[in-house]
Ligand binder design. Structure first.
Ligand code: ASN
Ligand code: ZN
Ligand code: CA
Length: 326
């Protein structure tokens, strides 16, 4: 089918024909389905279906538009995990999840739920646009992947690492999409305009730019909100991928400092995402903290590239740049 999305232009959607109607069931991606809650807050509402295979018109006022964006974001996230990491679906078993859009009234959030094995999106409110952007979809679905792998507990330092894992792969899914209307960046939620001034929710190059996230680890970081204690790990991933200092990527200027004042030479996103995924799936456990994340990523980098490699050294340097280890 054809999706006329709000954030990603006109895209191809995986749909299913049933008699004379079509619906948002993606047969190539574990039968992932997208439902319209129509402002409800429980159950599944109704599966998006209709007489033609065209979904939405690009405007939020058309109820199908959010469905098209969510269905597309889920497909991209599926494809990213499959094609980049060899993982088939959130549990790795080839089974799709489902999405629900138009949750409640003026709801300014999105969330993953382990109990329904589904993700849910609000319509936003005031300045805040519908929460159905690519990076948000990748972020929320990644909570499902984390639950089914490392199981990082959602509080303390492990909670910050859980949140960072969602920001990291939310960002890499957006890069993977290579969508001209929503180019890849190391910003989270820039389309949502949640602050009303065009700024994103989070910045990976320098997390403190949001006014609350931390750029570097300190003793006690485990007692702040997990969306802020994620900062050092987001910053680590940026430094590992792109290196410290100033860099322009897809038109966005980044300026990433290090806490030790020493430079980091990036190894590129393609290697950095491999290291984080291998760590998440084979090194991290429910109680992994920042020190253990450093150990785990070094072990993963050693296995992938060798302990005398530039990649291994970059992992050491990037952690040192966020005050983890030396
Ligand atoms: N959107 C938020 C998140 O994924 C919802 C929450 O606070 N759990 O982190
Ligand atoms: Zn999250
Ligand atoms: Ca983004």
């Amino acid at each position: 089918g054809t999706g006329n999305t709000m954030y990603s232009g006109t895209v191809t959607l995986g749909t299913t024909q049933s008699g004379s109607t079509y619906n948002l069931t993606d047969g190539a991606r574990g039968n992932h389905k997208t439902y319209n809650l129509n402002r409800g807050t429980s159950g599944t509402g109704t599966l998006f279906s209709g007489p033609d295979d065209v979904w939405g018109n690009g405007a939020a006022s058309n109820a199908e538009t959010a469905g098209a964006d969510a269905h597309y974001g889920a497909a991209l996230t599926w494809d990213y995990y499959k094609n980049v990491h060899g993982r088939s679906g959130i549990r790795g078993d080839g089974v799709g999840a489902y999405s629900r859009v138009h949750y409640g009234n003026n709801y300014v959030n999105a969330f993953w739920s382990d109990s329904c094995f589904c993700m849910t999106y609000g319509d936003g409110s005031g300045n805040a646009n519908p929460l159905t952007s690519i990076d948000v979809a990748g972020h929320e679905m990644t909570h499902g992947v984390t639950s089914n792998t490392a199981g990082l507990i959602y509080s303390g330092e492990s909670g910050g690492l859980n949140e960072a894992t969602s920001d990291i792969f939310g960002s890499t899914v957006e890069f993977y999409a290579n969508n001209a209307s929503d180019v890849g960046d190391y910003l989270i939620g820039e389309e949502i305009n949640i602050n009303g001034d065009g700024t994103p929710l989070r910045y990976m190059d320098k997390p403190s730019k949001d006014g609350a996230s931390k750029d570097a680890w300190y003793s006690g970081i485990g007692s702040i909100d997990v969306h802020y204690s994620s900062g050092p790990a987001n910053h680590f991933f940026y430094l590992l991928s792109e290196g410290s200092g100033t860099k322009v990527i897809n038109g966005v200027t980044y300026n990433s400092p290090t806490s030790d004042g020493l430079p980091v030479t990036g190894i590129g996103r393609a290697k950095a995402e491999k290291i984080w995924f291998r760590s998440l799936t084979t090194k991290f456990t429910s109680n992994t903290n920042y020190a253990a994340a450093r150990t785990g990523t070094l072990a993963a980098a050693g296995e992938l590239y060798g302990t005398t490699s530039a990649e291994y050294k970059a992992v050491q340097d990037a952690w040192a740049g966020v005050n983890v280890g030396t």
